[in-house]
Design a protein around this ligand. Sequence first.
Ligand code: ATP
Length: 290
Amino acid sequence: MDSITRNAYAKINLGLDVIRRREDGYHEVKMIMQSIGLCDTLTFTRKDEAGIVVVTDKKELPGDENNLIYRAAKLLTDTCRIKQGVHISLEKKIPMAAGMAGGSTDAAAVFHGMNEMFSLGLSVDEMCGLAVKIGADVPYCIKGGTALAEGIGEQLTDLPGMPDCFLLIAKPDIDVSTRFVYENLHADSLEDHPDIDGMIDAIRRRDLGGVTERLGNVLETVTVKKYPEVEEIKNFMKEHGALNALMSGSGPTVFGIYDSKEKALEARTGLERGKTAKQIFVTVPVNVLR
Ligand code: ATP
């Protein structure tokens, strides 16, 4: 097999809590992660000569060693002593600097793609062990689906899939750096913490209302203060049929949860008429990835 294609799915956080800031500067988190249908596509082609070539369809995202795709391919090539080279082309659909783990999920797809292409025989757990060197969210992206993520995000507990629903995703025309948000978070003086354990119970009961009433993300305290358009989009969704809406990750992307596709599509049309949201999608949760 000389060429294979892999989808790399975006994630949203149904719940995101920060427990504390560690001495080493990392934050201890407790998050409910959920894969969604919005995805990038990576095509892997084997090269006879050594070397990693990454080509992307976004000029603001070069294929050099700053790209997580390149870094994942290099880590695998070195660790598994792969002699041949690989050409990876990326078709990017996931908004960037958006809180949707776009870079991490691309890196995760490299682990799956190269494991298959070069018959490396790595188990999912072995891939996750290596992947954490690329980023704390990469192990989750390798597994996908619905999961509780603890530690710095790399300690994963699989959960049953979230109840069926439709998702309206909207990103305002601003980029938010995850680093900026964590640096400006006052982790020790947060007043409200989302009920992550209650949400896990609701997921296990397949109770969509129980999930939506517990949506919560402590990083909103930083991002919403700086970018009020995030709150505007949340309010619009809640006033236009969403059971609830929340910012994903460090933002600024907002997702609204709907119990009908028609309501989600109608709200999308409304958002498209306004000026606040620039990238807008309707999609569904993806509960089982691999
Ligand atoms: P997270 O939710 O994990 O914080 P994010 O969605 O906020 O991620 P990304 O889109 O993953 O942010 O990317 C943040 C930065 O990482 C980008 O601005 C870009 O410079 C860099 N980057 C490196 N590789 C990639 C990639 N393959 N796709 C997107 N961004 C990448």
